[in-house]
Design a protein around this ligand. Sequence first.
Ligand code: SAM
Length: 294
Amino acid sequence: MDKIHIPVLLEESITALNIDPNGFYIDCTLGDGGHSYKILSRLSSQGLLLSIDRDQNAIDFVKEYYEIPSNWIIEKDNFSNIKNVLERLNISRNPSGILMDLGLSSRQLESSKNRGFSYQEDNESLDMRMDTDLNVNALDLLKALNEKELSKLFKLYGEERYAKPIARAIKENTSDISTVGDLTSLIYKVVPVASNNKNPSRRVFQALRIAVNDELNSLKEGLDSAFEVLSTDGRLLVITFHSLEDRIVKRFFNEKEDNKEGKIISKTPVIPNEKELQENHRSSSAKLRILGKI
Ligand SMILES: C[S@@+](CC[C@H](N)C(=O)[O-])C[C@H]1O[C@@H](n2cnc3c(N)ncnc32)[C@H](O)[C@@H]1O
């Protein structure tokens, strides 16, 4: 079996959720079910957990891996549609806690079913859709956008210094690009090797993935809707993995506090301790922010 995703900041999130055994909780990013399962273990049979993921593979994995009791509902959707999901399921309860653990699970990265999320999987297609019902994949974007648009995308969503030469090289060689390896070898030719050993394709892959899945808009819409449905005194928790996401969350939380609608529980973001950093290198950029609804 593929390696299961190790949940990040698990104890910290569960503590911050302040779980009432009879309460209702929403995990917006089911992944491999690590956070969800821990929440479920704190609930009585009167409690309810709704877990959402836009990737059908994640849902299939969890349904096979865990026994699913009747108070654990799992739905495929974008968490930006959280209000529609509640309506569709006829749930009128307001949740006491909502969790978003953003980005990808390690299983999506390492065994992505040929979706090319990782720049290390040379033979995979340049797809990058979390939800395979989406119409446009990463290769479509590389073909459809012109040099200027591509360069802007790499700069904006990847904060990539070499956005211009990478975009130029891609447009000069578009017909030769179809796999992850085709793109990474082109980037290797254009970008000077980084001194910190970071793969020079990292930022371009981040940018493409954000664009294909419209991740930042989903996050903005998701935060708005989640806060709206959250019960008074409920808590909204978000774990981010890069500065673009974290900036959006920080701004949203500040706005809610300024408007006296919310109270920031985490004055500085919660980050993994030494033990977690050593045991799970993927946790290294994680930041957990916690907002209470007033
Ligand atoms: C980091 S993983 C979550 C891991 C999970 N907490 C665990 O312990 O296994 C992020 C998951 O969120 C999903 N996801 C990302 N953005 C989403 C969105 N806008 N709507 C729904 N699911 C999303 C991804 O498909 C992925 O499965």
